[in-house]
Write a protein that binds this ligand. Structure first.
Ligand code: HOC
Length: 390
């Protein structure tokens, strides 16, 4: 049962054993040889702490603000598509658990639940962000943005790492039989039903999207914050800051798009440094150009490493979907509680009473660029990870 789940890994083990083959193949797959997907996880093992002692850690506070909005911890539930492949209630489970734990949910464009269902499931005042794929038919995109603003969404995350779908062979081997017609483009492009869930839902996305489109999207966003999700090098981080967006997510889409894209944590230090050198980290109004990262996060220690290196917050995707798949809202809630417990303990052990204390001096990144040698702790042996009695 749920009480035997001790870590985010355990949810993955349960999901693998209990999910439909289609669901598992969709969520767990990465692009090509899944090198980037594994590297996302492995890279965190090359960042070590420099713990401090005697710092009065009787009380620790890991609450923070993300884009100015309160969050109980420096994480958010990032967008993942097709939640009902995991659980019949779909993404509203994420919405409800996010509220219980005061964390922010990023609503996915390609969710199984409708956008309105996810907003309706939110508690009064609950902050939600929206991840957005830009449609080849821009009037549709403008309509979505307008509706999001009317429904109180606080920030838009424009996905920029997916001009075309990555090749996830595990997913492609499962035939998609869902009703994908809603996602057909206006021009009548055929949805390819015979090659995986991802391909069936992605044909409307505009590969022509480019930097010149950003001002218009910025304008359409109005009072909502706007960020680019899927930046993968410092040059583009600089262009994003110069384009006047509110921040970026360094992300390779969970290793599902370009294989051999770098893990976000490995490029975070140079992104922060280059923005800092150009005076782009702080905006004229005193707010920060926020840098978030995602991919491969399974532990609060991973998040603390990212925070130490300058990330505002870290997106967690697959682990939340796995928790939801096994146990619905309760599972996601448990996953978030596990992370809170891990934050509390690890902030004590590194000697950081507050998140502001988690700065670059608290990590040693000398091994960051050295590839892992030999087997890593990446848990591919799911039988070993499986908690007893499940
Ligand atoms: C070209 C569009 O984010 C996934 C989802 C959907 C991908 C659409 C990509 O499967 O990673």
């Amino acid at each position: 049962g749920l009480d035997q789940i001790l870590s985010l890994h355990d949810f993955e083990a349960v999901a693998r054993m209990t999910m439909s083959r289609r669901g598992w193949n969709y969520y767990s797959s990465g692009a090509d040889d899944e090198i980037t997907m594994r590297e996302n996880y492995n890279a965190y093992q090359r960042v070590w702490f420099r713990p401090r002692v005697l710092r009065d850690v009787g009380k620790v506070d890991y609450s923070t603000k993300i884009l100015g909005f309160d969050s109980s911890m420096p994480i958010y539930i990032t967008a993942t598509a097709l939640g009902k492949l995991g659980h019949p209630e779909g993404e509203v489970c994420l919405t409800k658990a996010a509220h219980e734990h005061n964390v922010i949910q990023m609503i996915p464009t390609l969710a199984s639940c409708s956008f309105d269902e996810m907003v309706d499931a939110a508690a009064p005042g609950q902050v939600q962000f929206l991840q957005l794929y830009v449609n080849s038919d821009r009037s549709r995109t403008r309509k979505i943005i307008k509706h999001a603003a009317e429904r109180g969404v606080k920030a838009l995350f424009i996905t920029v790492d997916a001009p075309q779908l990555g090749r996830r062979e595990k997913d492609m081997r499962t035939k998609f039989e869902g009703n994908a017609s809603a996602h057909q483009t206006k021009g009548g492009d055929k949805v390819q039903r015979d090659s995986g869930a991802a391909r069936a839902i992605s044909s409307f996305i505009d590969p022509g999207l480019n930097w010149k489109d950003i001002p218009e999207l910025r304008e359409a966003a109005g009072k909502m914050k706007i960020l680019l999700k899927g930046v993968q090098c410092w040059e583009d981080a600089v262009l994003a800051a110069e384009a006047g967006v509110d921040g970026i997510v360094l992300s390779n889409h969970g290793g599902r798009q370009l294989d051999f894209a770098p893990a976000a944590i490995t490029i975070l230090p140079e992104v922060v440094q280059q923005l800092h050198h150009r005076g782009l980290l702080h905006k004229a109004d005193g707010t920060r150009f926020e840098i978030m990262i995602d991919g491969g996060v399974r532990r609060a220690t991973d998040v603390l490493k990212a925070v130490a290196l300058g990330a505002t917050a870290v997106g967690i995707g697959r682990p939340m979907i796995y928790a939801m798949s096994g146990y619905g809202t309760e599972g996601v809630s448990r996953a978030l509680q596990i992370l809170k417990d891990e934050f509390e303990m690890n902030m004590r052990l590194i000697g950081a009473p507050k998140l502001e204390d988690v700065n670059p001096s608290m990590v040693d990144i000398s091994a960051l660029r050295t590839p892992n040698v030999g087997p890593t702790a990446y848990a591919t042996n799911y039988e070993l990870m499986m908690p007893a009695g499940i």
